[in-house]
Design a protein around this ligand. Structure first.
Ligand SMILES: Cc1ncc(COP(=O)(O)O)c(C=O)c1O
Length: 326
């Protein structure tokens, strides 16, 4: 999002500087602020890493000018990378497990990318392996690899976090965000803990995900509908730094779904399931601060709404819980 005061030369300049909006639900004395990443041109937080990673990779010669990027993605990163690749003169190929939303796949293709599907049963690991295979077949190809690329975390340390602290004049007590690659939370957490080591950091995952095991918590692995966050295999998630995190909160699909519908109906936020989960976990943290059960440097909670519900309409995201498909 840019200011309307001066014209931008490229869509890339419209990435970031997204609004931070107070949520209307939760304890009156502990405000919860949500960063609305749907205001990015690709309508998700992944536009930030798309631009940041490709600009750094070109600078460093990790990909040659006019080269090809190949990435395993659930979709949002593909959209963010496709927007940046086209503007930076790169070709893009995305490897997507079949189960992920058709809207995302259609948008990647509309942005000029080639989309290759892998079997749902092979999971994200299957897509990661296929992406590397394809890259090995091409001379000028590179895999940005969001799951292990420190540039992912860096993008949020350099952009998302400073924007939040600027908007709140540094008055951030707790940071609560969903973890897919964990780049968002690790980038914001690293910045926040530099400002104040007492800042409370909470990672959010769906029930059935096993991120909590990285903090020594028991987890019962299971399928979940919530999209974009969680993991079935922590070996995939190299960016997650347990030492930066105070707790991992697991939110049920049912609670996340009810909350995303409430956010639309009561607050006008058209956001998806990972935002619903983040909002539920944020209210739990705000309640604990309000009850005096949790000491924080400032009585405020910040969270992130990563993407829009519009790309899940074909999955029945606003229908009943039973009709909502993963
Ligand atoms: C919808 C959605 N929410 C949340 C996330 C998590 O962001 P991160 O990968 O930075 O942890 C993602 C990541 O793909 C996503 O697509």
């Amino acid at each position: 999002m840019t200011t309307h005061e001066e014209p931008a030369d490229s869509v890339l300049e419209t990435i970031g500087r997204t609004p931070l909006v107070r949520l209307q639900d939760g304890p009156a004395d502990v405000p919860i602020y949500a960063k609305l990443e749907t205001f990015n041109p690709g309508a998700s937080i992944k536009d930030r890493i798309g631009r940041y990673m490709l600009e750094r990779m070109l600078e460093r010669g990790d990909v040659p000018p006019g080269g090809t990027i190949i990435e395993p993605t659930a979709g949002n990163t593909g959209i963010g990378l496709a927007i940046a690749a086209e503007q930076l003169g790169l070709e893009s190929i995305f490897v997507v497990p079949e189960r992920f939303s058709v809207e995302k796949q259609q948008l990647m293709a509309a942005l000029g990318a080639e989309v290759i599907n892998t079997p749902t049963d092979d999971g994200m690991d299957g897509a990661i392996a296929r992406a590397h295979e394809l890259a090995a077949e091409l001379d000028d190809a590179a895999v940005p690899q969001q799951f292990s690329n420190p540039l992912n975390t860096e993008a949020h340390y350099e952009t998302t976090a400073p924007e939040i602290f600027e908007a709140l004049d540094g008055r951030v007590g707790a940071v609560v965000a969903g973890c897919g690659t964990a780049g968002t939370l690790m980038g914001i957490a690293r910045y926040a803990l530099e400002q104040n080591p007492e800042t409370h950091i909470v990672a959010v995952e769906p029930e059935g995900s096993v991120y909590g095991e990285l903090l020594g918590e028991d987890r019962a692995e299971d399928e979940y509908k919530t999209e974009g966050i969680g993991t079935h295999d922590t070996a995939t998630n190299e960016l997650f730094e347990p030492e930066l995190v105070d707790a991992v909160d697991a939110v049920s699909d049912r609670d996340a779904h009810a909350e995303l519908k409430r956010l639309a109906r009561e607050e006008g936020h058209l956001v998806a399931s990972s935002a619903g989960a983040a909002s539920v976990a944020s209210k739990r943290v705000a309640e604990r601060i309000d009850d005096g059960d949790l000491e924080v440097p400032h009585e405020t909670v910040v969270t992130v709404f990563p993407d829009s519900s519009e790309r899940y309409l074909s999955k029945g995201i606003y229908r009943s819980f039973e009709e909502w498909t993963s």
